[in-house]
Design a binder for this molecule. Structure first.
Ligand SMILES: [Fe+2]
Ligand SMILES: [Fe+2]
Length: 165
């Protein structure tokens, strides 16, 4: 069936367009083009609407317990297979910027995977997480529970720069 693959492709494409337009919006704002920046932001949001619709139609959003399973699997795949291979290939090709970017993401995915596992255990026991707050490293994507560390254990960024959720 073509449509199943097409939904997957459309979801991937719209998801990428969302993140790309947000990066373009930041750049436009830095260059002083605030209206163009807002245009990139509003269209980015529209691409998210499309992406979510495609994902729902292909059955990609289930119960939170199942979604956490999917999230654990996704993070696990990234740090056990995808990034280790990408890191090795970037090393072979001498692309240090890509190697460093893959490395930071790989380490952060381990932390994400652990948090999703913890959430999965909580939901299995019919409880929400008892975490008070989450704290995001704006450099590498590491996520800490309850309070920001003095500095990021992955990239060394100061905890004062972490963003609270
Ligand atoms: Fe992740
Ligand atoms: Fe970090």
């Amino acid at each position: 069936m073509k449509t199943k693959d097409n939904l997957q492709s459309a979801f991937a494409g719209e998801s990428q367009a969302n993140r790309k337009y947000l990066a373009f919006a930041d750049k436009a704002a830095k260059e002083g083009f605030n209206k163009v920046s807002r245009l990139f932001k509003v269209v980015a949001e529209a691409e998210t609407i499309h992406a979510h619709k495609h994902l729902q139609i292909m059955g990609g959003v289930k119960s939170t317990l199942e979604n956490l399973n999917s999230a654990v699997e996704g993070e696990n795949y990234e740090y056990t297979e995808m990034y280790p291979q990408f890191i090795a290939e970037a090393e072979q090709e001498g692309n240090n910027a890509a190697r460093a970017s893959f490395h930071l993401a790989n380490e952060a995915e381990k932390a994400h995977g652990a948090l999703f596992k913890k959430a999965h255990q909580a939901i299995e026991g019919n409880q929400d997480l008892d975490t008070e707050s989450f704290h995001l490293c704006p450099v590498c994507g590491y996520v800490a529970e309850n309070h920001a560390p003095d500095k990021c254990p992955i990239c060394g960024a100061p905890g004062s720069n972490f963003k609270e959720y």
